[in-house]
Design a protein around this ligand. Structure first.
Ligand SMILES: Cc1cc2nc3c(=O)[nH]c(=O)nc-3n(C[C@H](O)[C@H](O)[C@H](O)COP(=O)(O)OP(=O)(O)OC[C@H]3O[C@@H](n4cnc5c(N)ncnc54)[C@H](O)[C@@H]3O)c2cc1C
Ligand code: HEM
Length: 385
């Protein structure tokens, strides 16, 4: 394997001078990021109309993700380890959009076109060269990862909904049968496209460890005005076909150690936590697993029965419900109230606010960052900052 250094640093160059030039351009363009995004897509679709059909018909509120990721990756061009993992994953994930190697120069050219317009005050040939180098490095990591993935996995999977169980008025457990074997690890997530919102993909965590029947389950909460979640909760029925992207995420159990697992699941965040518990059970380890299941009200604890049943069968497992509106206690309070946790690795899943406050609480009580696992689409930003 080539070292991350070789993979992400332009040949024979230290990354730092480039990183400085890149950050100078970003400082200029960031305050008008919305304009940069609009102009970038306008350039892309006017100059390369054939690429329009790869993107959703309505470019939604998340349309800034591509540009934001590009800018963040460029900004962290010196942070090789984090960057390469992130970009390889991103490159593999781009196969489901129909992205091909020959599309990358078009995106790069429009990125630089948009930046040179909105960072005009500081833009010069040296800066442009730094961006070209960074973009070339970034895109090559993505292209190589996609090419390697092509040899061993489809770009996407079709999956038929086999059961749809409405657990609360806004949470459904959706179970699907993929058209081909779908390898993944407990604690990971996938991306889902529904027939009602073509080319709009959202992430959902696997709600169980890999099963012998090959079925996959997700817990989906319909969020107010949410496109994909409402379709999955209120519209999807058995027989409907969805598409799945590749598995992703690093919130998986480290079976090389026997430290305990401190698991915090907020709302549907309990789904991957349940998968982790099943994974530990299947490995036959007797590691302590302490689950804190957080919800606003007891009605929101839609999967507490399953978790309590697991607790009954496994003496090493303890499950505690933390109900915000009952005891006025949230997951970070629970972490502080119980413990000590120095022999534990922490696994966090739930809404972004819950992850942030729980990570803060864990760091406050002295758990080092490398023992805290969680996933979010802002993974690179979080790791790089
Ligand atoms: C790694 C990862 C794993 C995830 N796993 C799951 C899972 O297992 N189950 C699950 O249900 N979701 C999960 N999500 C969230 C999921 O990917 C979607 O973001 C969510 O379903 C909303 O998508 P949407 O298309 O319905 O809403 P959008 O159309 O994207 O959003 C519509 C509006 O709702 C707002 N909004 C978005 N999310 C929320 C929210 N949570 N609460 C209130 N308002 C919101 C948006 O700001 C926007 O204004 C996960 C996200 C990540 C990053
Ligand atoms: C270095 C180059 C690129 C980076 C860093 C990048 C990054 C991203 C990111 C972070 C997303 C958000 C969703 C996800 O995580 O998958 C995204 C979405 C997408 N990207 Fe890229 N991308 C790059 C190049 C390309 C290219 C060359 C194409 C092909 C034209 C492309 C097409 C798309 C499409 C179609 C989407 C989905 C659009 C949406 O959800 O709104 N990307 N990209």
């Amino acid at each position: 394997m080539s070292s991350p250094e070789e993979a992400a640093t332009p040949r024979g160059e230290a990354g730092s001078p480039d990183a400085l030039l890149i950050r100078r351009a970003m400082a200029e363009a960031s305050p008008v990021a919305d304009k940069v995004t609009s102009y970038f897509y306008a350039l892309l679709f006017v100059r390369h109309p054939d690429l329009r059909s790869l993107f959703p018909a309505a470019m939604d509120t998340q349309r800034d993700r591509l540009l934001r990721a590009l800018l963040t990756a460029a900004e962290h061009i010196d942070n090789k380890d984090v960057l390469v993992d992130y970009l390889q994953n991103l490159g593999r994930g781009h196969r489901k959009y129909g992205t091909r190697a020959e599309h990358y120069p078009a995106v790069g050219e429009c990125l630089i076109g948009a930046l040179s317009k909105y960072a005009a005050g500081v833009w010069n040939a040296e800066m442009e060269a730094a961006w070209v180098r960074a973009y070339t490095t970034i895109s090559q990591v993505m292209i190589d990862a996609a090419a390697a993935d092509e040899l061993r996995a489809p770009a996407w999977w079709y999956a038929e909904i086999v059961t749809h169980d409405l657990r609360t008025p806004d949470v459904a457990v959706v179970t699907v049968r993929p058209d081909q074997p779908y390898p993944f690890l407990a604690g990971q997530y996938t991306s889902v496209e529904t027939p009602w919102w073509p080319r709009i993909w959202r992430h959902y965590s696997f709600a169980s460890a890999p099963r012998s029947d090959g079925l996959l389950s997700f817990h989906v909460k319909a969020v107010p005005a949410g496109w994909v979640s409402n379709a999955l909760v209120h519209r999807a029925r058995p027989g409907d076909i969805i598409r799945l992207g590749p598995p992703a995420g690093s919130m998986t159990v480290d079976h090389t150690t026997d430290s305990g697992l401190l698991c915090l699941g907020g709302g549907t965040g309990i789904a991957p936590i349940k998968a982790l518990v099943e994974d530990v059970a299947e490995h036959g380890d007797r590691r302590p697993v302490e689950v804190f299941y957080g919800a606003r009200t007891d009605h929101d604890l839609y999967d507490i029965d399953t978790m309590l049943r697991l607790q009954q069968s496994h003496p090493w497992l303890s499950v505690r419900a933390i109900i915000d509106q009952q005891a006025n206690q949230q997951l970070p309070d629970a972490i502080r109230a119980y413990g000590p946790w120095n022999e534990f690795d922490a696994y966090l899943s739930g809404p972004p606010g819950m992850i942030r406050s729980s990570v803060d609480a864990l760091r406050d009580i002295g758990i080092p960052s490398n023992r805290i696992r969680h996933d979010s689409v802002e993974e690179l930003v979080a790791a790089g900052s």
